[in-house]
Write a protein that binds this ligand. Structure first.
Ligand code: TYD
Length: 211
C-alpha cells in the first residue's frame, strides 16, 4: 500500500486556505490518490461539537485563554485518533485546514499563554501525527481580515472578532515557526491572484512528493 501523506494548511484569517485545499485534493485525485479534506477545530462529530463551543457558543464570551487552549487540544486529540491516523494508515492523503501550529500562534503567542505549555499539549494531542508538509499562506493581517469580513458578511465568530494587533501577532508567529521548521514548511505569499498562489502550492507539493 502507498504511504499516507499528511499536509496541513496554516495562515491568518481570510488567507484562502479552504479554496486551495479543494484544488489540491482535485490534483491528488487526478493522480488516483484518495484524499480526505478535514479541518480544525473539527473534523469528527465530537470535535465539531467542541468547535461550536469554541467559535459560536454565547457562553464563550467568558472563555478563559487556558480553557480555550484545552478545548482546541481536546478537539485535536479526538480528530487525530478518530480520523487522521486511521486515514494515513489506509494510505490516504489527508489535507487539514489548520493544525497544531495554529495553537502555537493563536494561543501560545497572540493569547500570550507561552510556547512551552502549548508545545507540550500539542505533542500530547497529536500523538506522533506530525505533518509531512505545512503550507503557510501568508498575507498581511489587514488584507486577510478584509477578505474574511467580506466572506462572513461582517459577522465574525469569536476568534475572528479580535483587534488587528492580535492577527498581526498571529502572522509574525507563523512566520517564525516556519523559519524554525524549514524542512516541514513552505511559505506561500497569498496576497496575489488565486491562480498564481495555487501554482506555487502545486509546485512545492510536486517537488516534495512523488505525484
Ligand atoms: P475558521 O472559521 O476555521 O477560521 P479560518 O477560516 O480563518 O481558518 O475558525 C477557526 C478559528 O480558530 C480561527 O480564528 C483560528 C482559530 N484557531 C485557534 O485559535 N487555535 C487553534 O488551534 C485552531 C485549530 C484554530
Amino acid at each position: 500500500m502507498q504511504r499516507g501523506i499528511f499536509i496541513t494548511f496554516e495562515g491568518g484569517e481570510g488567507c484562502g486556505k479552504s479554496s486551495h485545499i479543494k484544488s489540491l485534493a482535485q490534483y491528488f485525485e487526478s493522480k488516483s490518490r484518495q484524499c480526505v479534506i478535514t479541518r480544525e477545530p473539527g473534523g469528527t462529530p465530537l470535535s465539531e461539537k467542541i468547535r461550536d463551543l469554541l467559535l459560536n457558543a454565547k457562553e464563550g464570551a467568558k472563555m478563559s485563554p487556558r480553557a480555550e487552549l484545552l478545548l482546541f487540544e481536546a478537539s485535536r486529540a479526538q480528530h487525530v485518533d478518530e480520523l487522521i491516523l486511521p486515514a494515513l494508515a489506509e494510505g490516504k492523503v489527508v489535507l487539514c485546514d489548520r493544525f497544531a501550529d495554529s495553537s502555537s500562534a493563536y494561543q501560545g503567542v497572540a493569547r500570550k499563554l507561552g510556547g512551552d505549555s502549548v508545545e507540550w499539549l500539542n505533542n500530547f494531542a497529536v500523538a506522533g501525527a506530525i505533518p509531512d508538509m505545512t503550507i503557510l499562506l501568508d498575507i498581511p493581517a489587514e488584507e486577510g481580515i478584509a477578505r474574511a469580513n467580506a466572506r462572513d458578511n461582517d459577522n465574525p465568530d469569536r476568534m475572528g472578532a479580535e483587534k488587528i494587533s492580535f492577527y498581526q501577532a498571529v502572522r509574525e508567529s507563523f512566520l517564525k515557526i516556519a523559519s524554525q521548521n524549514p524542512n516541514r514548511f513552505v511559505v506561500v505569499d497569498s496576497s496575489g491572484e488565486k491562480e498564481a498562489t495555487f501554482e506555487k502550492i502545486i509546485n512545492a507539493v510536486k517537488e516534495k512528493f512523488d505525484v
